[in-house]
Design a protein around this ligand. Structure first.
Ligand SMILES: Cc1cc2nc3c(=O)[nH]c(=O)nc-3n(C[C@H](O)[C@H](O)[C@H](O)COP(=O)(O)OP(=O)(O)OC[C@H]3O[C@@H](n4cnc5c(N)ncnc54)[C@H](O)[C@@H]3O)c2cc1C
Length: 548
């Protein structure tokens, strides 16, 4: 035996599982195909948003949240409807309990802290039992993704110094070894050393091979979002045909290979057709990975138009229903859409997801956070306005439409359609009441004080010159999360097709659909992915400690 446990993938889920195992005295071999500078996987790049329920931060903002409300929201969002949802639903319930209880205290005890303003993601827009968060729940980690990773990296590094953890980078697993029906190790390729910057594509040139054995293997290899072929072949009919053009919200190493490798060893993969891709993607002007896209975290005011200039239907407003919007877009026959907005809106309402796009929060600088709140335009947003290929600005609507048409391969926008949408919307601003539900929603959002102060521009006409110039942003489909995956029971044991555990194999994080093989069902409330890695990584680690 080379270790008690082999963990495949040194992202957040793998680090959490390893830390739990090593702190209980187990010997772990932690393997990753990427070089050491990539330690932490996707979580390093993440915004660090975590869903908590009834947290002190929420209570300070006078948000009344409860386990019952969160579970109602989860069920309305997940819409579990398959026999395969047996374990995912149980994981979801256990996860909601974790988010209501131990999650915050456990992280707090390890030194993690949160920005005091709670964000409101996925607002839904349907009935009380439909999709979306009834209340704000998105807690941004102070230090974003790197801040969340820090305690787990510290625990793993300390265990490595004690001789309990061995980290092997550039070790790509190609096969799980199975003896008498028991997974007892992995076989793979040693890749040549690489000094590429973190998350830049690293070479796949082999310099050797390896085989190692242990009592158990934990697969924490992430999802499929960096592999467009897999995304397309998993694309569900309910979302139309797969997009011909996408941008990547995840690095190249999110290649999904290990899921197929696990299946070949006897693991059951479920809910592969459930994925969480965004519809507000923009091409990164300063790319790190292949096809690098950034997701806009939009406030609710932008006018959202399809490729032909028609407004998206109710309640597909910015930040309300990601997959509902994706489904609608794919039915339009075009894959891009447009935000039309003003300088006043973009300055207040555009957040950009990613640790590097939020240097104030990632750098834990109170001074810079205050500076951003006071600025007309956050620096990273200004950089996109200046250099992003998707952004155009103009002082008149006619000029804006001309510039929008110049950005796409074909001039798809008819000036009359766009103009009438903008003018009609602006007419609805004349009274303090309106039939336009987006305007109702943005006025309503401002009754949540943090939204009013930091997130939702004071309502105004798009054609008000004082709010200008006018801006349009072309939005692309951006791949990100994998909601299905390896089916696991509540201990993180991977199951076979017949429902029995595949002895020796565990899984956690995105590879396991964040628990059970798809605890989100069809959709997510947001901030549940990092949390899913924490919970499923911890669960698998602790279950193995108990069983070894
Ligand atoms: C820009 C960005 C912003 C995000 N923001 C948020 C947010 O605010 N809130 C939230 O909840 N979630 C967010 N997420 C999602 C979240 O970060 C990821 O879902 C999560 O970090 C996945 O962690 P993981 O450990 O499961 O997998 P990963 O981080 O993908 O790690 C998997 C590791 O396994 C390795 N690996 C894969 N295959 C092999 C193999 N065959 N052999 C060896 N090694 C292998 C990979 O190299 C990688 O290092 C964001 C993601 C991104 C990219």
């Amino acid at each position: 035996m080379d270790a008690d446990v082999i963990v495949v993938g040194a992202g957040l889920a793998g680090l959490v599982a390893t830390a739990e195992l090593a702190d209980a005295g187990r010997r772990v071999l932690l393997l990753d195909q990427e070089p050491e500078q990539c330690l932490g996987g996707q979580a390093f790049w993440s915004f660090g948003g975590l869903l908590f329920v009834d947290s002190p931060e929420q209570r300070r903002m006078r948000i009344h949240d409860s386990r019952e409300l969160a579970w109602q929201d989860w069920l309305g969002t997940a819409a579990f409807d398959r026999p395969e949802d047996h374990w995912p639903k149980q994981w979801a319930e256990a996860y909601v309990d974790f988010a209501c209880g131990e999650k915050r205290a456990w992280l707090h005890g390890q030194g993690v802290r949160w920005f005091p303003v709670v964000g409101w993601a996925e607002r839904g827009g349907y009935g009380a039992i439909g999709h979306g968060n009834s209340v704000p729940r998105f807690h941004i980690t102070w230090g974003t993704g790197p801040g969340l990773l820090a305690p787990f990296i510290a625990r793993v590094r300390a265990a490595a110094e004690r001789g309990l953890v061995t980290l092997r980078f550039r070790h790509r697993v190609d096969e799980l070894t199975v003896t008498d029906g028991v997974v007892d190790g992995v076989r793979g390729t040693v890749l040549e050393p690489s000094d590429v910057p973190r998350a830049a594509p690293s070479s796949r040139t082999a310099v050797g091979d390896f085989e190692v054995h242990a009592s158990a293997v934990v697969v924490t290899s992430g999802g499929i979002g960096g592999n467009f072929d897999l995304v397309r072949s998993s694309w569900p009919a309910r979302l139309g045909s797969p997009p011909s053009r996408m941008i990547a919200g995840v690095p190249d190493f999110v290649d999904g290979r290990m899921i197929g490798i696990s299946r070949a060893a006897g693991a059951h993969v479920i809910n592969s057709d459930r994925m969480w891709h965004y519809v507000e993607g923009i091409h990164n002007w300063n790319p790190i990975w292949t096809n690098h896209g950034i997701r806009i975290l939009p406030g609710p005011s932008s006018l959202w138009l399809d490729a032909r200039g028609k407004r998206l239907p109710v309640p597909l407003f910015p930040g309300f229903d990601t997959l509902g919007t994706l489904e609608h877009i794919m039915k339009t026959g075009y894959e891009h859409t447009w935000f039309v907005l003003t300088k006043k809106i973009i300055g207040k309402e555009f957040g950009l997801s990613g640790s590097e796009q939020n240097p104030d929060l990632t750098g834990k600088s109170v001074r810079d956070v205050i500076g951003r709140a006071r600025a007309d335009m956050p620096g990273p947003v200004q950089a996109f306005l200046d250099q992003g290929v998707d952004f155009v600005q103009a002082s008149t609507l006619d000029e804006l439409i001309k510039k929008m048409n110049a950005v796409t391969d074909e001039p798809l926008l008819d000036a009359e359609t766009v103009t009438s949408e903008v003018i009609a919307r602006d007419r609805e601003m004349d009274n303090s009441y309106t039939k336009d539900l987006q305007i109702v929603a943005l006025r309503q959002a401002r009754s949540y004080l943090p939204d009013k102060i930091t997130r939702v521009a004071s309502p105004h006409k798009l054609l008000d010159p004082k709010a200008g110039p006018l801006i349009a942003v072309r939005l692309s489909i951006l791949t990100r999360k994998t909601l299905g995956g390896l089916e696991t029971d509540l201990s993180g044991r991977v199951l076979r097709l017949d429902g029995a555990p595949l002895p020796g194999l565990y899984a956690a994080g995105e590879a396991a659909g964040f628990g059970g093989g798809g605890m989100h069902g069809y959709r997510s409330l947001e901030g549940t992915f990092l949390g899913g890695c924490l919970f499923s990584g911890r669960t698998a680690g602790r279950a193995l400690v108990a069983s070894l």
